[in-house]
Write a protein that binds this ligand. Structure first.
Ligand code: DQA
Length: 143
């Protein structure tokens, strides 16, 4: 089966954006690492990044027919988007929420996630390795 790896707004800037917080690896590095982990576990993988909330909603809907699991770092939409939350709960795929930084060590407004209650696992603060941990989790729970 296929895993959909979704990255939201500003994650295209990874590697150059606030490297003290997010590290120096790029989104391409994340994609390579995550696809390799998925392939090693016997999954295919598709990586999509968008800065647009509706595109992320559309990609989650499309995953209903193409994917067996979802890994999502919704960036700042994590803290604002009921629409992305409803899309995740609507498709009923096993879903893992990932944040590169430890959001709980940062500003108060990053402490609440609309997505956590509808995701099966949440991985924060592990850097880009969090995506590999998410693959490992899905490998454990999927048949
Ligand atoms: C992030 C944390 C969010 O609060 C922030 O808006 C991001 C990245 C992370 O991966 O640590 O864009 O999701």
């Amino acid at each position: 089966g296929e895993l959909l790896i979704l990255n939201g707004p500003n994650l295209n800037l990874l590697g150059t954006r606030e490297p003290a917080i997010y590290g120096s690896h790029t989104l391409d590095d994340v994609a390579r690492l995550t696809v390799a982990a998925a392939n090693a576990a016997g999954f295919s993988a598709e990586c999509i990044q968008s800065n647009h909330e509706g595109d992320l909603v559309d990609a989650i809907h499309a995953a209903r027919d193409t994917a067996v699991g979802l890994i999502i770092n919704a960036g700042a939409y994590t803290h604002t988007s009921v629409a992305i939350r409803d899309a995740i709960s609507g498709v009923e795929l096993p879903a893992v929420e990932v944040h590169i930084s430890n959001v709980h060590r940062r500003e108060e407004f990053r402490h609440h996630s609309y997505l956590s209650p509808v995701c099966d696992a949440v991985i924060v603060g592990a850097g880009i390795h969090g995506y590999v941990m998410a693959v490992s989790y899905l490998d454990q729970v999927l048949p």
